[in-house]
Design a protein around this ligand. Sequence first.
Ligand SMILES: Cc1cc2nc3c(=O)[nH]c(=O)nc-3n(C[C@H](O)[C@H](O)[C@H](O)COP(=O)(O)O)c2cc1C
Length: 169
Amino acid sequence: MKTLIVYSTISGNTKAVCERIYEALNTEKEIVNVKDSKNLKVDNYENVIVGFWCDKGTMDKDSIEFLKTLNNKNIYFLGTLGARPDSEHWNDVFENAKKLCSENNNFKDGLLIWGKISQKMQDMMKNFPAGHPHAVNPERIARWEAASTHPDENDFKKAEEFFTNLLNK
Ligand SMILES: Cc1cc2nc3c(=O)[nH]c(=O)nc-3n(C[C@H](O)[C@H](O)[C@H](O)COP(=O)(O)O)c2cc1C
């Protein structure tokens, strides 16, 4: 069974995790940035891992658009996000991704991995006025700090193990 990984990334977290998964797989495999997926012959693959970064509580737009090009595939997802792993938001993102991946395909399983918030994003939010829903506050700064070392080696190993258990021969 051939496996395709298509990842979307802005600051590199999702790319880094997907590359580690790619290296660990011992099946026929390919890895492609979603930006280069326009002419991809998806018919050649039975299994597709969609690597997304979380944007406003769900999959980023490029990943959603890519998913729409797929039909009847075995779909897995790997998402990265800045929220704390024990948060309600984390579970919501999982459910939202699961729903999108189930629409025209055979959703198999998914994994979320903690990812740091890029400096660019932090700088942008620092300019939001007080009262803005995403304005900087001590709780948010603590959350950025907690996420700042992720994905780390344990995260990479977790992702490798998760996908090799599911997909390796
Ligand atoms: C525009 C924007 C929106 C984001 N929205 C969320 C969000 O709703 N929930 C969350 O947990 N993280 C959110 N994040 C954080 C990213 O999902 C996280 O940093 C991710 O690991 C980035 O992946 P990348 O490095 O592959 O681009 C957001 C980041 C950006 C830039």
